[in-house]
Each structure stands twice: as C-alpha cells, then as structure tokens.
Design a protein around this ligand. Structure first.
Ligand code: HGY
Ligand code: MN
Ligand code: MN
Length: 405
C-alpha cells in the first residue's frame, strides 16, 4: 500500500506528490484514459487509498450503507458539519481530474487548515460518493441519490452492469437508502471539480463558483425490427432498426441545434451485432441537456416524435424509456455569492451533472470549478495544471475555513 505522510514544501509539490499516488490507478496504457468503474478493482483501490489518507490524518471513516465514504475531522454526531468531496469513478477512458480532483483537494485543504493552526468550530467531513458517472450501473449520482432518497434501495440494488452483476452484489449488501439523520447533520456541501468547458480559460481565472446545473437526463431508445441475412434480404423487404436508430441520432443532433441545447448519443448496443446480419434490435442512449426545463422537455419530445415517424416508414418499433432525470439545479444563491466574493471568482453555470446537484435539494450546496486548459472532459484530454490545482486547494481551504467558523 502506498503510504504518504504530509510532505512539507510548497503546496504545488504536495499536490503533485499526492496526485502521483493515484494517477496510475485504473489508467489505461492504450488510451491514457481511466477505467475506474464503481466498486471494480481500480476504484476499490482508490477507496482503500482514501481510507489510508484519512487514517494518516486521524480522520475516522464512516459509510452511509450506500457505498459513500465519509472521513471526519470532528465529531460525526455533532451536527452542523461542512461536507466537501466528490467521486472516484470515471466514464470509460475518462480524464484524470473529473471526480478525484475534488477528493484530493479536500484532503490537502484539511492539511492547509491544520498547517495554519485553524481549529474548525464545526465538523469538517470529506466525502467520496459512489457511481457518480453511472458508468457501470447506468444511473448517475447513484450514491448521492440513494443518500437523499431520490432512488430506492430496491431499484438501485437491482441495477446491473454489463456482466449482469447487480449494484447490491457489487456493494456486498442491499444499499440502506436515504439517511435523513446524516443529511440533518450537514450544514453545507462544497464540491470542488475540474471545469468541464472553456469558460475559465476564456476568462483567464483559475477558479470559479457554480451558479446552476442545467436540467438533463438519460433516455433509452429501443428500436426493434426483423433480424435477417445481410446478403439475401432485398432492401425493400427489410425492417432494419439500425436505419431508424441512425435517423434518430441525426434528428437528436438537429433538434438540439435548433434549441441551443445539447444532445448526445454516445452509447449503442446492437443485437446480434454481426457484420452479415440485419439487426433485430438496436438500443441507443440519448443524453439530453438544456439551460431551461421546457427546452429540454421539448427537445426530448421532438426526438421521440421523429423517431416514431421514421419507425413507421421503416416498419420498425421504437420505445423510449427515461433512465434518469435531473431538474435544473440553482445552487444556493447567497452561498454562491458569498464564495464568489471570498474568492474574487466568476460565477458560471454548467451543463455537467454532479453529486452537488443532488445534495443541493437537501443541504446548502456550492461548487468550485478549477480551470481546465483544454476545456475537454470525459476524455483522456481532460487536463488541469498543477498551479491551478494548487489554487483550487487554496480556494477550497479558504471556503472551508469560512464555513466552519
Ligand atoms: O454526465 C455528467 O454530467 C457528469 O459528469 N456525471
Ligand atoms: Mn463526469
Ligand atoms: Mn464529476
């Protein structure tokens, strides 16, 4: 096990030292991206690393029975605690920073406060949420949705990964679900996250405070037709769901552009998925997001209508199933303004979902973004400079000092 005592020296070096401890974990040598799916070996190693880092800091670790971990500086039962943290899991071949930066920065912020002799007047707790990306079990922010009761333990426990393993099996037990007692002991939640866009690069600012998260969701399209031989079936006789799927992808792109919204189909499954067989079924997942709820509703309805029209032409069937939905999240305005003033930082919305977006309905919540020079995320190209990450730690430490007075 890699052990690490708090290094002396500039924060930038201490960031790099701690960061280098986790950088190799789950990294795919081919793509340079990360394969850190919830509760699989790489993410389990990161959870163990988290426990070790907490132990080195004398911070007891609790769990809420849903796979979320909490390392406490102060009495877990005292109440009025300030939570900070993020997630370890990644999308397939995702970047290094999305998630882990919030956890590493939180640990280093604790070190900064202690080195400055700060004694928080209320508990400070570092959280690691499970399955934020939904990359293994299909529902994003699964851990924070369980904690807040947004999803039932039965539905969450029954979610299965591509190999058929259920979340309950991966967790080792049925998730316990909502924990209102824990939520009632939280006074605030601040999540630091790498920015997933170019706003900070264009504003030349190292950190920003979040104002809102766009409403967004995931919808599963199931297209069914008639599987048949690629060589002997006349084009006029086909009922090819791949055709309806392809048209739907183009329609989603067009309808999003018309609404200045975002629509992505990044995941598809084909049965039987053979080069020389007309598919019997094609499943495509639509990720749709828009600045306003009505725009999002209109976008999804337009895509559904176009898909149904095309299915009639193709002689195929199409069904649409909502798999997850996140309403517009307007972060606590007073808190956002207070942090923006404290940090002299810009305030900006994001189209990316976060655990902070789930907790915001239960606890005063804020987000701090750290500049991403490429603006790219959910890709190996995601990046952040050590200097900006150190600036993020400093910003988070100042915010936590302010909130735990
Ligand atoms: O998909 C998202 O917006 C987040 O990164 N889970
Ligand atoms: Mn992400
Ligand atoms: Mn994230």
């Amino acid at each position: 096990m890699l052990t690490h005592t708090v290094e002396e020296g500039p924060l930038l070096n201490r960031f790099r030292t701690l960061w280098d401890e986790i950088a190799p974990i789950g990294r795919d040598p081919g793509s340079g991206g990360y394969l850190r799916f919830a509760l699989t070996e790489p993410e389990l190693r990161l959870r163990e690393w988290f426990r070790e880092q907490a132990r080195l800091r004398g911070m007891p670790v609790t769990t809420d029975g849903n796979g979320n971990l909490f390392a406490w500086w102060g009495d877990p039962d005292a109440g009025d605690a300030v939570l900070t943290g993020s997630h370890f899991d990644s999308v397939p071949h995702g970047g290094a920073y999305d998630g882990p930066l919030g956890i590493v920065s939180a640990l280093l912020a604790v070190d900064e406060l202690r080195a400055a002799g700060v004694a928080p007047a209320r508990p400070l707790v570092v959280g690691a949420f499970v399955e934020e990306e939904g990359g293994r079990f299909g529902v994003p922010c699964l851990g924070s949705r369980l904690l807040t009761g947004q999803i039932t333990p039965d539905r969450a426990g029954a979610l299965r990964d591509a190999a058929g393993v259920s979340f309950a099996e991966a967790l080792g037990d049925r998730p316990t679900g909502a924990d209102p007692a824990l939520l009632s002991r939280l006074a605030a939640f601040v999540e630091l996250h790498v920015e997933q866009g170019r706003a900070l690069v264009d504003q030349d600012a190292p950190v920003a405070v979040a104002s809102a998260i766009w409403p967004h969701g995931r919808w599963r399209f199931d297209f069914t037709g008639e599987g048949n031989h690629a060589g002997t079936t006349r084009m006029a006789d086909r009922r090819d769901p791949m055709l309806t799927y392809a048209f739907t992808v183009l329609a989603a792109n067009k309808e999003a552009r018309l609404r200045d919204a975002h629509a992505t189909v990044g995941r598809v499954a084909v049965e039987p998925n053979a080069t020389n067989a007309i598919p019997s079924r094609v499943t495509g997942w639509l990720d749709a997001r828009a600045a306003e709820p009505d725009t999002l509703t209109g976008l999804v309805e337009a895509v559904r209508t176009k898909a149904a029209e095309r299915a009639r032409r193709d002689g195929t069937e199409v069904t649409l199933t909502e798999e997850s939905a996140t309403p517009l999240v307007a972060f606590d305005g007073g808190l956002a303004d207070r942090l923006a003033g404290l940090l002299d930082a810009p305030v900006l919305p994001t189209g990316a979902g976060h655990d902070a977006g789930v907790l915001a309905a239960h606890v005063p919540t804020a987000m701090i973004f750290v500049r991403n020079p490429t603006g790219v995320s959910h890709s190996p190209a995601e990046s952040a400079t050590d200097a900006d990450c150190a600036a993020g730690v400093t910003a988070l430490a100042r915010v936590l000092e302010e909130l735990t007075r």
